[in-house]
Design a protein around this ligand. Sequence first.
Ligand code: COA
Length: 182
Amino acid sequence: MVTVETERLLVRRPIEADRARFVELFVDPEFMVFGKGALAIAEAERRFNHMVELSRRITYAKQPVIEKATGTIIGYTGVGVCAIDDVARLEWGWRFATSARGRGYATEAAAALLNVAHASDNGEMLCIIAADNALSHRVAEKLGFVTQRQIIWPADQVVTDLLVLRIGLGGEPLLAPSSLGE
Ligand SMILES: CC(C)(COP(=O)(O)OP(=O)(O)OC[C@H]1O[C@@H](n2cnc3c(N)ncnc32)[C@H](O)[C@@H]1OP(=O)(O)O)[C@@H](O)C(=O)NCCC(=O)NCCS
């Protein structure tokens, strides 16, 4: 298992023992703000399953971020899968528990895991952020993502920015492994 370590954090693949914590986070409306909103338990379980499955295929898939000082899972960062213009793209994301926000953790964790992506792949990484999510835009900006275009998100009609970042030597959009949708 690839474990990424920073000064304050560990980032590693999800394991079965993480399930209860992620279900707890996925059903929390504060954790899920600027997204699909709080999930029902069954949906939260499915989302965790998807995280585990994707992390078996991609070393920089969404994975737990653990605060070293407490040993607690405080959020996640890494890629998920998102269909844009009917193309299943790899899309980078981050989401942290309310108690862990405002300490620079999202940027620290994502920058470290992005180094894994840079070492493994060449292409264009996508990031999707609601236009009014200033805190998330700030993280993306610090990591070097640039806004490419704006769309109206079909599911909820939210004004949404599509941002991109060159991974490795850059190139075509990075695509999801076949057979894996969101
Ligand atoms: C968006 C989100 C992930 C940002 O997480 P975060 O860890 O607070 O973000 P950052 O890494 O930018 O840190 C925030 C601030 O912590 C402060 N900070 C405090 N101690 C710090 C330290 N030791 N090092 C760095 N920054 C520190 C900084 O002021 C920093 O902001 P600035 O660099 O713009 O001044 C978080 O608010 C969240 O989970 N939101 C809800 C879910 C969401 O919107 N997800 C994204 C959907 S697109």
